[in-house]
Design a protein around this ligand. Structure first.
Ligand SMILES: O=P(O)(O)OC[C@H]1O[C@H](O[C@H]2O[C@H](CO)[C@@H](O)[C@H](O)[C@H]2O)[C@H](O)[C@@H](O)[C@@H]1O
Length: 386
C-alpha cells in the first residue's frame, strides 16, 4: 500500500486550522473561529457550530446533534473469548466490512509491510484507552484492561517509547493502566505528563511546568487549559443537576473536560440529553462539545486535541525533528482522528483505526477490536525483540 496516497476522507474532526510550523504548534491556543462545513458523507457527522439565528433557539433535532449522537457507536454487542465487541447489525455487515478493509487493511495481515517501513526507524507508539485497550462496556467505571493486555502493553513498551492518550482524566487512565514505564496524556491531551527535555519551546511555555510523577521522578507537566478548571468544575456540577432525572445518564469529570454518557439512556430521551447540554453551553461560549461513543464531551474551545498531544510528546521524547521516527497511533473514536490527521499531515507514521464497522477515517490501517490490538502489540514486541 502506498502510504503517501490520500484517501478522500470526509471524516469529521473539529475543523481547526492546522499550523504547519512545529514550533508554532504550542503557541496561540485561541478558540476556534466558527467553522463553515458541518456534514461529512461518512458515518461521522460534524458537530454543527453555526451562528445561532437571533431570536431562534437552536434545537438538538434540527442542528445535527441528534444524528451525530445516533451515529456515534455501533448498536449490537456479542461476547468473544476475552472481550465484548460491538458488531455490525446485519448479515451484510461482514461483506461491507471486508470491502471497507480494502481501504483500511488489517494491521495484522499487513504487519510485514509495517515492519518494512519501520526498518532503520525508531517506532513511537501512541495508544488510546477506551475501545482500544479496554472493551467498550456499559459502565465507564468498569472499563478495565485485561491482565493479558497489560502484559502486552508493558512488553511492547520495553522496545518502543509508548504513551497513552485518553479522553479520561490522566489520573483515571493511569489507575486503569497502572504501568509506570509509559507516558500519559489525559483529558484528550490537555493534561500531559512527559519526560523532561530541554526543548526551548517546552521550557518557555507558561503552561508547561516541572513536576514529579508518582515515583518522584522529575517530569514535564503540560496543561494548556489550566485556566478552565473552575469552569469545568462548575459545568460538571450543573450537568449532574440537569441530567439527574434522565434515567441511565451519567456525567463523568475528566478534569479538563466532562463526559455526558447516554449509552444507557433510552433512545427516545437522547434528544433531551443533547438539548440539556446544548442549552447549558449557551452560557459557556468558551466551551465546545465533541461526540465520542455514546458520549458528549464538553471541553475548552482551545486549539488542542489528541493530534497536538502526539506532537507535544514527540517533541518531549526528542523525536520530533527526526525523519527516522515512525509514530504509530492506535485509536477507536472520533477524537483519535485528530491524531491520525496529524500523522498524515506530517507524512510520518500512520494511524490504526480500531473498529468492527466500516467508518471513514484518516487512519491507514484497521484492527477489529481490542483483542486484535493485543495481537498487534504482541507482534510489535516480537519485532522489537528480534
Ligand atoms: O479517549 P478514550 O480513552 O477512548 O476515552 C473516551 C471516553 O471513553 C470512556 O467512554 C467510553 O467507554 C465507556 C466504557 O467502555 C463506555 O461506557 C462509553 O459509552 C464510551 O463513550 C470514558 O468514560 C469517557 O469519559 C471518555 O471520554
Amino acid at each position: 500500500m502506498d502510504l503517501k496516497s490520500n484517501h478522500a476522507s470526509p471524516i469529521l474532526t473539529d475543523p481547526a486550522p492546522m499550523s504547519k510550523s512545529r514550533l508554532g504548534l504550542y503557541s496561540g491556543l485561541f478558540p476556534y473561529s466558527p467553522p463553515g462545513a458541518v456534514f461529512s458523507s461518512g458515518m461521522y457527522l460534524a458537530v454543527p457550530r453555526k451562528k445561532p439565528i437571533p431570536g431562534k433557539l437552536e434545537d438538538v433535532r434540527s442542528s445535527g446533534w441528534l444524528d451525530a449522537m445516533k451515529s456515534s457507536s455501533p448498536p449490537r454487542k456479542k461476547m468473544t473469548k476475552d472481550f465484548i465487541v460491538e458488531v455490525p447489525s446485519d448479515d451484510n455487515g461482514d461483506l461491507l466490512y471486508r470491502s471497507w478493509m480494502l481501504k483500511y487493511p488489517s494491521a495484522l495481515s499487513s504487519f510485514e509491510q509495517i515492519t518494512n517501513q519501520a526498518k532503520g526507524k525508531k517506532i513511537a507508539l501512541f495508544l488510546d484507552y477506551d475501545g482500544t485497550l479496554s472493551p467498550i462496556v456499559d459502565d465507564p467505571e468498569r472499563a478495565l484492561m485485561s491482565k493479558t493486555m497489560r502484559y502486552a502493553v508493558r512488553n511492547v513498551a520495553k522496545y518502543f517509547p509508548t504513551a497513552i492518550i485518553s479522553g479520561r482524566s490522566r489520573d483515571k487512565v493511569y489507575e486503569f493502566v497502572g504501568l509506570t514505564e509509559l507516558h500519559y496524556a489525559g483529558s484528550h491531551g490537555m493534561d500531559i505528563m512527559g519526560p523532561v527535555r530541554n526543548s526551548e519551546f517546552i521550557d518557555d511555555h507558561q503552561n508547561c511546568i516541572r513536576s514529579t510523577d508518582k515515583q518522584g521522578k522529575e517530569v514535564n507537566l503540560f496543561q494548556p487549559a489550566s485556566e478552565y478548571l473552575p469552569m469545568i468544575d462548575e459545568v460538571f456540577k450543573s450537568l449532574i443537576e440537569i441530567t439527574k432525572d434522565i434515567k441511565g445518564s451519567k456525567v463523568e469529570n475528566n478534569k479538563f473536560c466532562v463526559s455526558v454518557h447516554y449509552r444507557n439512556v433510552d433512545e427516545k430521551h437522547w434528544s433531551t440529553i443533547g438539548q440539556c447540554v446544548q442549552d447549558l453551553l449557551k452560557d459557556y461560549p468558551r466551551l465546545r462539545v465533541t461526540h465520542g461513543r455514546k458520549v458528549l464531551e464538553v471541553r475548552p474551545d482551545i486549539k488542542w486535541d489528541k493530534g497536538k498531544a502526539v506532537e507535544f510528546l514527540l517533541d518531549s521524547l526528542g523525536l520530533s525533528e527526526r525523519d527516522d521516527v515512525l509514530p504509530i497511533y492506535v485509536g477507536d473514536d472520533r477524537t483519535d482522528e485528530d491524531a491520525f490527521k496529524v500523522l498524515r499531515e506530517r507524512n510520518q507514521g500512520f494511524g490504526i483505526l480500531v473498529s468492527s464497522v466500516p467508518k471513514e477515517s484518516k487512519a491507514f490501517y484497521s484492527l477489529r477490536d481490542p483483542s486484535e490490538v493485543m495481537e498487534f502489540l504482541k507482534s510489535l514486541a516480537r519485532y522489537g525483540a528480534s
